[in-house]
Design a protein around this ligand. Sequence first.
Ligand SMILES: C[S@@+](CC[C@H](N)C(=O)[O-])C[C@H]1O[C@@H](n2cnc3c(N)ncnc32)[C@H](O)[C@@H]1O
Length: 360
Amino acid sequence: MKKVCIRVERSFGEQLRLLLLDLELLDSDYPITLEGQHLILPLRFRIEDSVLSKLQHQTTSLTLVEKELALQKHRPTNLTEILQDIVPADVLPKIPHSLDIIGDIAIVELDEELTPFAQEIGKGLLLVHRNVAAVYSKAGIISGPHRVRALSHIAGEVRTKTVHVEYGIRIVVDVADTYFSPRLSTEHNRVSELVQSSEKILDMFTGVGPFALLAAKRQPVTVFAIDINEHAIRCLNKSLELNKLAGEVIPILGDCRPVVQEKLCGKADRIIMNLPHDSIMFLDTAAIAAKPTGAVIHFYTITSEENPLEKQRNEVLALLSSYGAVSNIVNTRQVRQTAPYESQVVFDIQVEGTETTSVI
Ligand SMILES: C[S@@+](CC[C@H](N)C(=O)[O-])C[C@H]1O[C@@H](n2cnc3c(N)ncnc32)[C@H](O)[C@@H]1O
């Protein structure tokens, strides 16, 4: 098709492109082409002489020309644009604006009214996110002892295993059988930055091991990484083959209570308790794992209207005191919002004088 274009010296091309974009004159459906030392920029319509002379004030070298140009393939950049002719207008605003990307797998939450369009939404996400190979929609809540969620495949490869990169470590994840949230990456990093050389760390609910891997990447430490989910421990073992670490991670498959009781009493300088809904039930285990001379516990919990922060702080301190420990919450941090009136929170607790004999 013949298009009206502006021909400009190459060195002025970028400046003019930005100006034409600002003035909404550039026709992005057609390509910008190079002709010797000149660029040809397609216009949406023939501009008036007065506009042309204003543009010439910016860049004297430009002229109007007509060129035969072919329509270029337009790559859509947002899901709403892709779906506007497929999804009814009243449902369109429900299209999700956020999703979790774990490695090359995207996980999206769909409103009930969008489920008939799940496959189109999945295909749309593959178009928008070029680094995504498979798309799943959430088919339930995170539940059960392994804290996993049912997923439903909606587009791309039928594959649930991937490698997620977080702060330079490669984490093997199976999204079908293990817990992993990219929304915790800042917290994984924060804890790893607190870790000191030579520490003995106990990661009581390690999952696929993001806290453990990152700590051992940064410092020459020993991390005892426990989980009851065999798929999670299998992923962690694979990650250990993929990463060069400064320290050592020892994956242990099992329930952290008997494992600590049998092997780890009084051993830990730092204890990570990321099982937010149930951590309180394992505080006794953390207390016997802590070095009596002093340790830090990163205690994760969920706060809500029924279970507010202050109440939980008091409960945790009272429990630790009943185990003989002198403890102090040195830092409280909101990790993320989990529902409208609910947050995941961490208490960093300094403990001393714990009993290493069993209180279980
Ligand atoms: C919320 S996930 C945390 C995973 C990990 N810390 C992270 O940041 O991704 C909790 C993990 O605790 C494990 N778990 C639950 N009860 C356990 C127990 N009694 N002993 C050891 N692991 C347990 C689950 O299998 C799950 O992988």
